[in-house]
Design a protein. Structure first.
Length: 136
């Protein structure tokens, strides 16, 4: 098989992502995008690696049209973004999607307040307060 003149993938994968903190007031699009099983499956797949819609569709066993619909919703919620362009074996451009931030923290209250502590940290802190001081 002849090698394509177009690169299939770029090799630069050095992207450091910062956690995103989102207040509940700003979370409407996020909650809507995550209310779908397909939307959540797409996020899980993209957690492992950036992919074009066709690879996402193969990974979660659904149509490219369904993936495209949910990618639009996830983009509107700022959960995924186009990070690269790859070329198919036929030389067609394909947008490559990746997570915009990992992890995302939803908070109650205003940004910059103590309630912005991630839920897992708050649960751990609660458990520590409930344990008697001499219980080892």
């Amino acid at each position: 098989m002849a090698q394509s003149a177009f690169p299939m993938r770029t090799t630069d994968t050095d992207t450091e992502q910062r956690p995103a903190v989102v207040s509940l007031q700003e979370a409407h699009d996020i909650i809507n995008a995550l209310s779908s099983d397909i939307g959540r499956q797409i996020l899980n797949v993209l957690h492992d690696d950036a992919m074009p819609p066709s690879a996402i569709a193969d990974a979660i066993d659904t149509s490219i049209q369904n993936v495209s619909y949910h990618l639009e919703r996830l983009q509107a919620a700022d959960l995924v973004s186009v990070t690269d362009t790859w070329y198919s074996s036929r030389g067609r451009e394909m947008d490559v999607y990746a997570l915009t931030a990992d992890p995302i923290t939803l908070c109650v209250g205003e940004r910059g307040t103590p309630s912005e502590v991630p839920l897992d940290d708050r649960r751990q802190s609660e458990r520590e307060r409930r344990q008697p001081s001499g219980a080892d």
